[in-house]
Design a protein. Sequence first.
Length: 244
Amino acid sequence: MGRLENKVAIITGSAQGMGAEHARLFISEGAKVVLTDLNEEKGQALAAELGENAVFVKQNVTSEEDWATVLATAEEKFGPVNVLVNNAGITMAKNMLDVTVEEYKRIVDINQLSVFIGMKTVASSMQKAGGGSIVNISSMNGLVAGAIGYTDTKFAVRGMTKAAAINLAPMGIRVNSVHPGVIATPMVVQEDTKAAVEAFSKHIPLKRVAQPAEVSKMVLFLASDDSSYSTGSEFVIDGGLTAQ
């Protein structure tokens, strides 16, 4: 039996990248998964690849209406939700003095506000299911400084996770955050960045970047009953970078 057998999961930003890796692992462990993303073409293709236990819903994660549609689809197709992975997010690598207010608001909406709306939306469904697990994907930049906007919102996700864990504990809902470091996704290891990433990896205590599957296994642990007494905590997967 898989570690997520008969559990219903929503994974945002899952048409590609890390979210797609999480979805593949969840399906292999017995979950029924609602994939969400703005990229409808890739999302539909992944759902088709994953089979009858996966369904795709196009979603703007900053929209309460879209969140309501995602939840309604999950409950209609599979039943009450047991797991939410707030994976959707964007980066911004600009000096603070070059960032416009509109750009700043956009990254706050996508990286921070969406996590709040998602947790608020699924809580009642998880209560019907008898409890659940929310996994919020932050970053090592939710622990140490990085780019303006990105760092701010990833720290906020870490704080929201702790506050939500206290609020939702009486409902049997656990909330934890995951803090990845440098991960070997296609965006990170593309030809124009590969050399820089390899050079940077020498400064990581484990002397390498992480593979996407290593992060997915952490997310799986938190989604499953194996982490039944963990809530309000951050789980760091950065090869020791923030320990230095």
